[in-house]
Design a protein around this ligand. Structure first.
Ligand code: AMP
Length: 187
């Protein structure tokens, strides 16, 4: 199963993606997590990404695409499929993914979209900032991340709608109920 998970920051994508990846034994590929790992290990890529992440801006496509190409070519993804979380994030990345998959004779099965209103997201993210101390969860950066999502990321949903792949789920509510809705779609 090859899935894409789209939703604004704080929608709970990470939590649900982890549950889906366990249930279906497919790798959960989060570009945000991969970038944070690079940052922690102090790699060149991590250092390049840091200033963008701290401002809530998108990291340049070439950095992300190299990372994704590398990851999708690994055996586990080839065999079982994957769940992409946080990628693609703009139309250029979507086109690059379409081409990459086309070149290896694969396609996306479903695109899951998690919807949560901005005021709920802001509250959740500020709360997360207190608990996890993420450097991109300050109020100004949160505002920018939401703007980037609405202006730059959400147009790819329409593009996937044209491909007939989009399934939308309400991301407000109990974690297990939301997971139940997602499972219904995946059945
Ligand atoms: P996330 O954990 O998915 O919210 O990602 C955290 C930050 O990593 C984002 O605000 C971006 O700066 C960067 N990032 C993650 N995925 C991408 C991507 N596909 N394209 C560009 N930047 C990304």
């Amino acid at each position: 199963m090859r899935l894409i998970f789209i939703g604004p920051p704080g929608a709970g994508k990470g939590t649900q993606a982890k549950k889906i990846s366990e249930k279906y034994s497919i790798p959960h590929i989060s570009t945000g997590d991969m970038l944070r790992e690079h940052r922690k290990s102090g790699t060149e890529l991590g250092m390049k990404a840091e200033s963008y992440m701290n401002k809530g801006e998108l990291v340049p496509d070439d950095v992300i695409l190299d990372m994704i190409k590398d990851r999708l070519s690994q055996d586990d993804c080839r065999k079982n499929g994957f769940l992409l979380d946080g990628f693609p994030r703009n139309l250029e990345q979507k086109q690059a993914l379409d081409k990459l998959l086309n070149d290896i004779g694969m396609s996306i099965d479903k695109v899951l979209v998690l919807e949560v209103p901005d005021d709920v997201l802001t509250k959740r993210l500020l709360n997360r900032a207190k608990k996890e101390g993420r450097t991109d969860d300050t109020e100004d950066v949160i505002k920018n991340r939401l703007k980037v999502y609405h202006d730059i990321t959400s147009p790819i949903i329409d593009s996937y709608k044209n491909d007939g792949l989009v399934y939308t789920v309400n991301g407000v509510g109990d974690i297990d109920d939301i997971f139940g809705e997602l499972l219904k779609i995946l059945k």
